[in-house]
Ligand binder design. Structure first.
Ligand code: HEM
Ligand SMILES: CC(C)=CCC/C(C)=C/CC/C(C)=C/COP(=O)(O)OP(=O)(O)O
Length: 306
C-alpha cells in the first residue's frame, strides 16, 4: 500500500520555499537538460567537417533545450502524486503544491511552443518533428505509461533521452545518418546502468510509491547483474565509432578508459557489500557520459591516426 513520506521540516519552512523563478527553473530539470544539450552539441559538430553555422548552433540548442525543458515540466505535473511519496522528490514545486498544475502546464506549453517554432523557423522541420517526438516519448510514453507499467520502462523510455545527438546531427544536415544513430546507441546503452544504480539506492521509495522499477520487481542482486551487463555492452558499443571510422585514436583511448572505469564501478556495486557503491556508480555515470562526449568532440577536431 503506497504511503506518503513523513515530513521532517517545520510547516513554516515548507511554505516559504525558494523564490518563484527558482521553482520554475527547477521544474525544467536544468542539470539533465544541460547534459542533453552537450550530447546535442557534439552531434551537431560531428555531422560536419566544418564549423557549425551560428544560426543552427544557437537556434538548434535553444529549441532542443526548450522542448526538453517542457518535457521535464510535464513530467513534474504527471508524476506529482508519486513524487510526493518519495523522499528524493516530495519537495518538488508541483508535488508540494507551490506551483499549480495549470501554471506548470502553461509554462510547459510556452516552452514547448517556443522551442518548436524556433526549430521549425530557423533549423529544419525534421529536427522540429524528431524533437517533438522525443518530448512525447519522455513526457507521454515514458512518464504517463511505461514508468508505471514495466520494469523495462527506462530501457524503452531511454530512447527519448538518447535522441539529442541525433537531433543535433539532423539540425546540421537535415537527414538521419547511421553515425548519428551510433551516438544514440551510446546514450541508450548508458541509460540502464545510470538509472538502475540510483534505483537500487532508492528502491524502498519506488516500492512505497508502487513504481515497478527493476530492483523492486526483480531484486537488488538481479539489477546489479544487469548494471554490470550493460556496462560491458556499453564497452563493446563504445568500439563501434572507432571501427566504422567515425572516430580516431583519442576517442578509442578515452572511451576505453571511461568504459573500463564504468565496468569497475559496476563490479564493485555487484560484488562489494558496501551500499555506497550504488550512488557512487550513479554519480560516476554522469561524469562518464559528460567526459565521453567531450572526448568525441576533441577527437573530431584532432583526428589522430596510426
Ligand atoms: C529514461 C532515461 C533516464 C532516467 C529514467 C533517468 C533518471 C534519473 C533520475 C531519477 C535522476 C535524479 C537523481 C536525483 O534526483 O538525485 C537523474 C539524474 C540525472 N540524469 Fe538521468 N535519467 C535518464 C536519462 C538521462 C539522460 C539521457 C541524461 C543526459 C544525457 C541524464 C542526465 C542526468 C543528470 C545530469 C542527472 C543529475 C541531475 C542533478 O544532479 O540534478 N539522464 N536521472
Ligand atoms: C525533447 C527531449 C530531448 C526530451 C528528453 C527529455 C528528458 C528531460 C529526458 C531525461 C530523462 C530523465 C531525466 C528521466 C527521469 O525521469 P523520472 O521521472 O524517472 O525521474 P524523476 O523521478 O527524477 O522525475
Amino acid at each position: 500500500m503506497a504511503k506518503p513520506v513523513t515530513l521532517t521540516h517545520s510547516t513554516a519552512q515548507q511554505s516559504a520555499g525558494p523564490a518563484l523563478w527558482r521553482q520554475y527553473y527547477e521544474l525544467t530539470k536544468p542539470k539533465v537538460v544541460m547534459l542533453l544539450l552537450l550530447t546535442a552539441l557534439v552531434g551537431m559538430c560531428m555531422a560536419t567537417p566544418n564549423l557549425v553555422e551560428a544560426r543552427i548552433l544557437i537556434a538548434g540548442l535553444f529549441g532542443i533545450g526548450l522542448l526538453a525543458s517542457s518535457a521535464a515540466v510535464i513530467n513534474h505535473v504527471v508524476d506529482r502524486r508519486i513524487d510526493s511519496m518519495m523522499a528524493r522528490t516530495y519537495n518538488r514545486p508541483v508535488a508540494k503544491g507551490r506551483i499549480g498544475i495549470t501554471q506548470a502546464l502553461g509554462f510547459a506549453t510556452v516552452l514547448g511552443t517556443l522551442g518548436y517554432v524556433c526549430l521549425s523557423l530557423w533549423v529544419n522541420p525534421l529536427t522540429a518533428l524528431l524533437t517533438l517526438g522525443s518530448l512525447v516519448g519522455y513526457a507521454g510514453i515514458y512518464t504517463l505509461f511505461l514508468k508505471r507499467a514495466t520494469p523495462q520502462n527506462i530501457v524503452i523510455g531511454g530512447l527519448a533521452g538518447a535522441a539529442p545527438p541525433l537531433l543535433g546531427w539532423t539540425a546540421v544536415t537535415g537527414a538521419v545518418h547511421p553515425h548519428a544513430l551510433l551516438l544514440v546507441l551510446l546514450v541508450f546503452t548508458w541509460t540502464p546502468p545510470h538509472f538502475w544504480a540510483l534505483a537500487i539506492h532508492r528502491r524502498r521509495e519506488y516500492a512505497n510509491a508502487n513504481i515497478p522499477m527493476l530492483p523492486v520487481t526483480h531484486g537488488v542482486a538481479f539489477t546489479k547483474t544487469w548494471v554490470l551487463g550493460y556496462t560491458a555492452l556499453l564497452a563493446l558499443v563504445g568500439f563501434l565509432p572507432y571501427l566504422v571510422g567515425m572516430s580516431h585514436l583519442i576517442y578509442l583511448l578515452g572511451s576505453s578508459v571511461l568504459n573500463l572505469m564504468f565496468i569497475w564501478y559496476a563490479w564493485q556495486l555487484k560484488f562489494s557489500n558496501d551500499e555506497r557503491w550504488a550512488m557512487k556508480t550513479f554519480r560516476f555515470s554522469i561524469v562518464h557520459l559528460m567526459v565521453l562526449f567531450v572526448v568525441l568532440l576533441i577527437d573530431h577536431y584532432l583526428p589522430v591516426t596510426l
